[in-house]
Design a protein around this ligand. Structure first.
Ligand code: GLN
Length: 480
């Protein structure tokens, strides 16, 4: 009985609990055992007991949730994958986590991630790398690598991640699951340990599109504690569409051309998915995002610039690690930061500080902001012609551990197809669209701001047609 229960999607498990066919505490215990025996290093902390109670009639019925380390959770370690936050247990819980707990999704465990969400492989974590359940010699993607691997391996039904430039979508693609980055402002950022505040968004990583819709439904909304959050227009609908009649899909030449370095195997799966979409009634046409090739350069100025400001609060005084000895205050700051931050984080702080320095501010940061504006305009113009934009999520399948960790530029190129949507603040979803070399390939669909319900509907129709079998990945975990 237990193995079958663990195969249920979160929505199916919630329905079974509500129907009295499944006990929420038993389900929590089954997952707790699996998560505690995790061999992928996907979890950084696992609950030691089920929640005292789940509100009667709660829509998510007690189905347990994995939460990326960077979400503050009261009295539970929250380090954003960094040594500098060693021992930090926040006095409060992030708004989205609180909302989900109130809706009946209790915290099962915290998941591993790249330090401060900087990375595309989860190798930049103070907790060590996460292994991909499809092939343990490979990375699960990043920065939400722990959430992606845990969901793919069936160690948790669903999980929260964050996406600044692709950190939900790319690990979802590498791990053969669904990941959605919402419209900027759709979900509160309150209690998320900040990386780049004008880009960071929370979102779901799930086994299928329906679960993504269900989780997102309870995450959105204005929060007085985050002045950039917005009231979501309407409710997130659960997807129901079986065809794509009348849907116009645009394939942006700039993102699938030579510069993006899309691998042939990924391109094949992408083309096959496009053919399926046409079979479902969609019209597919080329479209243009003229400034998209500059997105990566702009992102790698803007995100480090914001990070350099956000990370200045970690100085050994207020939170986590302090390396003092008999040093004076300034030496204590610098020793703490030298030992507390990893190499990639230091690189970004230096890049960002440089880009914001008075002599270079306009040349770098100013130019990057102007490019960002153009990119947002490109998308608006494209959405006059098409309903959604489709691309591969990442140029490759999951790569081997260590393959790119010494080459930052090669690592950054992973984000070629995901960063433009982040700069434009628009929603985008990655769904699995088959295998290449035995590894999952992700298909990305992006829509205009607040088009989440339509986007999920289109993704659902495609998911049904693609019929991706995620089950080989379920062998990756410990336990059952
Ligand atoms: N890989 C990108 C980076 O390192 C995106 C990270 C993210 O979305 N958090 O910045």
């Amino acid at each position: 009985m237990s193995a079958a229960v663990l195969e249920l999607t979160a929505a199916a498990a919630a329905a079974a609990i509500r129907a009295g066919e499944l006990d929420a505490t038993e389900l929590f215990e089954l997952y707790r055992a699996r998560a505690a025996a995790d061999e992928l290093n996907a979890f950084t902390w696992v609950a030691d007991q089920p929640p005292a109670s789940v509100a009667a009639g709660a829509p998510l019925a007690g189905v347990p949730l994995g939460v990326k380390d960077l979400f503050c959770t009261e009295n539970v370690p929250s380090q954003s994958g960094s040594r500098i936050l060693e021992g930090y247990r926040p006095p409060y819980t992030a708004t989205v986590v609180r909302q989900l707990e109130a809706a009946g999704a209790p915290l099962l465990g915290k998941t591993n991630q790249d330090e401060f969400a900087m990375g595309s492989s989860n190798e930049n974590s103070a907790y060590g790398p996460v292994l991909n359940p499809w092939d343990r010699a490979r990375v699960p993607g990043g920065s939400s690598g722990g959430s992606a691997a845990a969901v793919a391996a069936g160690l948790v039904p669903w999980a929260l991640g964050t996406d600044t430039g692709g950190s939900i979508r790319q690990p979802a693609a590498f791990s053969g699951i669904v990941g959605l980055k919402p419209t900027y402002g759709a979900c509160s950022r309150y209690g998320m340990i900040a990386f780049a505040s004008s880009l960071d968004q929370a979102g779901p990583l799930t086994r299928d599109v329906t679960d993504a819709a269900l989780l997102l439904r309870h995450m959105v909304g204005h929060d007085p504690n985050d002045s950039t959050s917005l009231a979501f227009p309407g409710e997130i609908d659960l997807p129901s569409r079986h065809d794509l009649r009348g849907v116009r899909l645009g394939v942006p030449e700039e993102l699938i051309g030579a510069e993006g370095g899309i691998e042939p195997g990924v391109r094949e799966r992408f083309d096959a998915a496009i053919a399926l979409a046409e079979g479902l009634g969609a019209t597919v046409s080329p479209c243009t995002l003229p400034h998209a090739p500059h997105a990566l350069s702009a992102y790698y100025i803007i995100a480090p610039a914001e990070a350099s400001a956000n990370l200045s609060r970690f100085d050994g005084v207020r939170y986590g690690l302090r390396v003092a000895g008999d040093a004076d205050l300034t030496t204590m700051y610098s020793r703490t930061r030298a030992q507390g931050f990893g190499a990639e984080v230091k690189r970004r702080i230096m890049l960002g500080t440089y880009a914001l320095s008075s002599g270079y501010y306009d040349a770098y940061y100013g130019t990057a902001q102007r490019v960002r504006t153009r990119i947002a305009q490109d998308f608006r113009a494209a959405f006059d012609q098409v309903d959604f934009i489709v691309t591969p999520t990442a140029p490759s399948v999951a790569f081997e551990l260590g393959a790119k960790s010494h080459d930052p530029l090669a690592m950054y190129l992973n984000d070629y197809c995901t960063v433009p949507m982040s700069l434009a603040g628009i929603p985008a979803i990655s769904i699995p669209c088959g295998l290449s070399e035995g590894l999952p390939v992700g298909l990305q669909l992006a829509g205009p701001a607040f088009s989440e319900s339509r986007l999920l509907d289109a993704a659902y129709a495609l998911e049904l047609a693609i019929g991706f079998d995620g089950s080989p990945a379920r062998t990756g975990g410990g336990g059952a």
